[in-house]
Design a protein around this ligand. Structure first.
Ligand code: ASP
Length: 635
C-alpha cells in the first residue's frame, strides 16, 4: 500500500483544496449547510480526524484512480482519499471503482479512518484521513475527455470554451466563481442592509442611447422598429432618482457591440449605483466603504480613503488616465534643461503650442534590457504614437552616453541626471513634441518597459499589492477621434460640469472640467461615474449645442428632469474586471462562467447562429448575404 499512498500524496493540486475550502467558507455564513436537502453526509473537503469512525456518504467525481487500490474523489469543496476494499466480500465494489473512468460521478459510503502514520498529506485539508469504502455506485460514467481536468495541464482557450462545463470543474474556475459570488453577496449586504439601497431590475429591451458605445439591436414585430440592449442602465437609474427611489443599486448586465477587442466582453456585469442628494466626496466614501466591506480576507486588507489625482496630473506623470501607481518611472518634464538654440529637434518641439520634452528613466535598463528590447520600444512609440524616441544611458563612471550629450555642458548633464534621478546603468527614453502625444507615448513605454524588466527578472509590481486610485477633474468633452473638430463626452452626455466651470459651458466647452470620477486599480479602470446634470435646459444645451445630438431620442429624460428631478450622481463598478484583478486571473473570461470568445462567439453553443427565413419573417427582416457566405451556404 505504501507506494500508491505516496503517489496519492503527490496529488495534482496540492494546496488547492485548501484555497477552495477557504473560498467556499470564508464569507459564507458560518452555519452554511452544504449537505442540506441531499443524501450525502459530507462534502469531499470536509472530513478531518474528528470524523474518524463515522459512517459517511460522499458524492463526487473520480479525480484519480490507482491500480484498484485507492481513488481520490473530488467535489466543489475539495478532495478525499478513498480506499478501495481488497477483500472478497467487496469484489463487486472493487471492480466497479477500478473500472470507472476518471471524471465518472460516483456515490460511496464508508468509514472514516486515520491514514497510517507517516502517510498523512499536510497539503490536503483532508490529508489526515481516508475513507474505507463499503458500498459504491457509479451514477454516470465519463467518456474520453477532450482534456484532463487539471489546472496545470495546458489547453487552448478555444477548447476550454468549447467544453466550458468541463473547464468549470477546475479548481481555479470553481474558486473564481465562488469568490465572486461571495463578494457580490457582501456588496448586497453593505448596500441594502447597511445603507438602505434598493435593488431594482431595469429593462434590457430599450431604445438607442446617443453617445458612447455601440449598442446591439433587437428586432421587433413592428416593421422597421428595433429595441436596443442598453450599454448600461444609465437612463433608468437617473429616472429612478426622479421617481424618488433615493438609493438604487443593481448587479446589472450591460451590452456593448464593440466588435472583437481582446479582454472585453459583449455582455458584462456592473455593480450599478445611483444616489440622490450626493456629491463626489459622498460617492467616493460609499465605494471605499463598499470595497473594504466586501474585500476577501485572503487578499489582505485595503486602506481607505483611496488617493486621488486629477486627469491632468495622471496624463502628465503617467501618460494615461488609468495610471499604474504600483511603481515609479514617472514621466519627467525636462524641457527647461534642454532649451538651447543648437538642439534642433528640441527647438522644433517647443515651437508647438503645447510643445514639450519629457522622459522616463528605466532603472537598471542597461542590465535588464537587450538592444533589441530598446529597438522594439522605439518602434512601438513610432508605430502607435508617431513619436520618435531618443535614448540616454548612464555609464559606470556616471557619465551620459547619447546623441544629445555633445550639445550639453557638464553642468547641464549633471542637472539632467539629477532631474531624472539617474543612477549607473539606467536608461532614459526621451520624447519631444506635443504634450498629449509625448505623454501618451512615454506612458505606454513606461508600461512596456516594466513588462520587459519583469520578464528579465526585476520585480517592480508586487502581485499581492492593490493600489486603488481616484482620477478626477476630467474634461467634460474631448475632441472626437475620427473628427477632432467635433466634441464627444469624456464620460457620457449626462455628466454635470464642474461647478466652477459652468459658465465656460456656454463660452468654451473644451475648457470645462467635469464632475466625472474614475476608479483605477493597479492601472486598470474598474469603475466610473459622475454627478449628473439635473437641469433640463442644461441637458438639452449639452445634447443639442455641444454634442450635436438629436435630443428627440431622449425627450422622455429631458421631460422627466422638468418634474422636480433631485440632484443626483452615481457610479458603476466593472465587476468582471474587479474580480479578475482580485484573483489575479490572466483574463476577465476566467471569472465569467460562460464567456464569449474575443470575437464575441459562444464556442460551446455556437452562438450567434443562423435562423431560417421563416423565423425572420415576423420581424420583417431579410438577410442580404455577403457573396462569399452565400456561396458557402448554397454551394
Ligand atoms: N453608466 C456609466 C457607465 O457605464 C456609469 C455611471 O456614470 O454611473 O460607465
Amino acid at each position: 500500500m505504501a507506494l500508491p499512498r505516496l503517489l496519492a500524496r503527490g496529488l495534482a493540486w496540492p494546496g488547492c483544496g485548501r484555497a477552495l475550502h477557504r473560498a467556499a467558507s470564508a464569507s459564507a455564513p458560518a452555519a452554511a449547510d452544504f449537505n442540506s436537502f441531499v443524501a450525502r453526509t459530507n462534502t469531499c473537503g470536509e472530513l478531518r480526524s474528528a470524523h474518524v469512525g463515522q459512517e459517511v456518504t460522499l458524492y463526487g467525481w473520480i479525480q484519480y484512480q490507482r491500480q484498484g487500490l485507492f481513488l481520490v474523489l473530488r467535489d466543489f469543496q475539495g478532495l478525499t482519499q478513498i480506499i478501495i476494499p481488497q477483500d472478497e466480500a467487496h469484489t463487486h465494489v472493487k471492480k466497479l471503482l477500478s473500472d470507472a473512468p476518471v471524471e465518472s460521478v460516483v456515490r460511496v459510503t464508508g468509514t472514516v479512518s486515520l491514514r497510517p502514520p507517516g502517510q498523512e498529506n499536510p497539503k490536503m485539508p483532508t490529508g489526515d484521513i481516508e475513507v474505507k469504502v463499503e458500498t459504491a455506485e457509479i451514477l454516470n460514467s465519463c467518456k474520453k475527455l477532450p482534456f484532463e481536468i487539471k489546472d496545470f495541464i495546458k489547453k487552448t482557450e478555444a477548447l476550454r470554451m468549447q467544453y466550458r462545463y468541463l473547464d468549470l470543474r477546475s479548481f481555479q474556475l470553481q474558486y473564481n466563481l465562488r469568490l465572486r459570488s461571495q463578494i457580490v453577496m457582501r456588496m448586497r449586504e453593505y448596500l441594502c442592509n447597511l445603507h438602505g439601497f434598493v435593488d431594482v431590475e431595469t429593462p434590457t429591451l430599450f431604445k438607442r442611447t446617443p453617445g458612447g458605445a455601440k449598442e446591439f439591436l433587437v428586432p421587433s414585430r413592428e416593421a422597421g422598429k428595433f429595441y436596443s440592449l442598453p450599454q448600461s442602465p444609465q437612463q433608468f437609474k437617473q429616472l429612478l432618482m426622479v421617481g424618488g427611489l433615493d438609493r438604487y443599486f443593481q448587479v446589472a448586465r450591460c451590452y456593448r457591440d464593440e466588435g472583437s477587442r481582446p479582454d472585453r466582453q459583449p455582455e458584462f456585469t456592473q455593480i450599478d449605483i445611483e444616489m440622490s442628494f450626493v456629491d463626489q466626496a459622498g460617492i467616493r466614501r460609499l465605494i471605499e466603504g463598499l470595497l473594504q466591506y466586501s474585500w476577501p480576507e485572503e487578499r489582505g486588507s485595503i486602506t481607505t480613503p483611496f488617493p486621488s489625482m486629477t486627469y491632468e496630473e495622471a496624463l502628465a506623470d503617467y501618460g494615461t488616465d488609468k495610471p499604474d501607481t504600483r511603481f515609479g518611472m514617472k514621466i519627467v518634464d525636462i524641457s527647461d534643461f534642454l532649451r538651447r538654440p543648437d538642439i534642433q529637434f528640441v527647438q522644433n518641439a517647443l515651437s508647438y503650442p503645447c510643445g514639450t520634452v519629457k522622459a522616463i528613466c528605466i532603472p537598471q535598463g542597461v542590465r535588464y534590457l537587450k538592444n533589441k528590447d530598446l529597438e522594439s520600444l522605439k518602434e512601438s512609440a513610432k508605430s502607435q504614437f508617431n513619436q520618435e524616441i531618443m535614448d540616454i544611458t548612464c555609464r559606470p563612471d556616471g557619465s551620459l552616453k547619447s546623441l544629445l550629450t555633445k550639445f550639453l555642458g557638464e553642468k547641464q548633464q549633471s542637472e539632467l541626471i539629477q532631474a531624472l534621478n539617474m543612477q549607473v546603468d539606467d536608461v532614459v527614453l526621451l520624447a519631444a513634441g506635443e504634450h498629449k502625444q509625448v505623454c501618451s507615448a512615454l506612458g505606454s513605454l513606461r508600461l512596456e518597459s516594466a513588462d520587459l524588466l519583469e520578464a528579465a527578472g526585476l520585480v517592480l509590481r508586487d502581485p499581492t499589492v492593490f493600489h486603488f486610485l481616484w482620477v478626477v477633474d476630467f474634461p467634460l468633452f474631448l475632441p472626437k477621434e475620427e473628427n477632432p473638430t467635433e466634441l464627444e463626452s469624456a464620460h457620457h452626455p449626462f455628466t454635470a460640469p464642474h461647478p466652477s466651470d459652468t459658465s465656460l459651458l456656454y463660452s468654451d466647452p473644451t475648457k470645462v472640467r467635469s464632475q466625472h470620477y474614475d476608479l483605477v486599480l493597479n492601472g486598470n479602470e474598474v469603475g466610473g461615474g459622475s454627478i449628473r446634470i439635473h437641469s433640463a435646459e442644461q441637458q438639452r444645451f449639452v445634447l443639442e449645442k455641444v454634442l450635436k445630438e438629436d435630443s428627440e431620442v431622449l425627450s422622455h429624460l429631458l421631460e422627466a428632469l422638468k418634474f422636480g428631478a433631485p440632484p443626483h450622481g452615481g457610479i458603476a463598478l466593472g465587476l468582471d474586471r474587479l474580480i479578475s484583478l482580485i484573483v489575479d486571473a490572466p483574463s476577465i473570461r476566467d471569472v465569467i462562467a460562460f464567456p464569449k470568445s474575443f470575437k464575441g462567439r459562444d464556442l460551446m453553443g455556437n452562438a450567434p447562429d443562423y435562423v431560417t427565413p421563416e423565423e425572420l419573417e415576423p420581424y420583417h427582416i431579410q438577410v442580404s448575404w455577403p457573396l462569399a457566405e452565400k456561396e458557402a451556404k448554397n454551394p
